[in-house]
Ligand binder design. Sequence first.
Ligand SMILES: [Zn+2]
Length: 257
Amino acid sequence: MLNDDTNSVARVEVLIAAARRVTVLTGAGISTASGIPDFRGPNGLWTRDPDAQRAATLSHYLRDEDLRRRSWQNRVRWLGSDPLPNDGHKALVKLHERGQLRAIVTQNVDGLHQRSGIEPHLVHEVHGNLHRSRCWECNDRRPMAQAVQRVIEGDPDPRCLLCGGVLKSDTILFEEPLVPEVIEAAYAASEDCDVLLAVGSTLGVYPAAYCVPRAKEAGARVVIVNGGPTEMDALADEFVTGDINTVLPRLCGVQPE
Ligand SMILES: [Zn+2]
């Protein structure tokens, strides 16, 4: 699966081994091997299912109760499927254990970096986290499992226990503003690293993708690992293609078992 990039794999291995601070930017591609669908790709959830795209748009979600009911059924299924971290996530844990990990900036909402063993304060989730619910009215946040349990027990559209407002997942929907503090932390980590390692993202969704030029301008080496071309390839010092779950452990110096 390494195609013709054997040389670039070897060079990146050396680059990462020598780095003092690595900031990693992750997208959907690192989680597909955990059974979590890509949202925007050609076979992505939003591409194949217009209803899923509507459910991911704030104005539709807030005004359409039927859509919310279907969203809750999806959350019941999603939490029940219990996706687990894969070898790609685990490779980044090795960086963390060696004291090289500055931060992970992720576009994913699956919480798998934390579940793999990365300390939560090192994970900047620019699009939020599906494991929490949030009230649109009063911002009350709780574990998603609590709301999902209410759905299982027969409430098709559970409301906020404090104020009765509409509950959503604590993720950023279309039309919804990002959290400025999270974006600032993501930029700061990108500007304070020797290597910016972008994994499994086409780097076409902003502002997360701005981490790449920011790191580059601050003097970091940019390494892109992805199954196909990205919109930031022109900024890459190294580009490695191939199966992320095979190639990322190698790049991070994890010996095959
Ligand atoms: Zn509320």
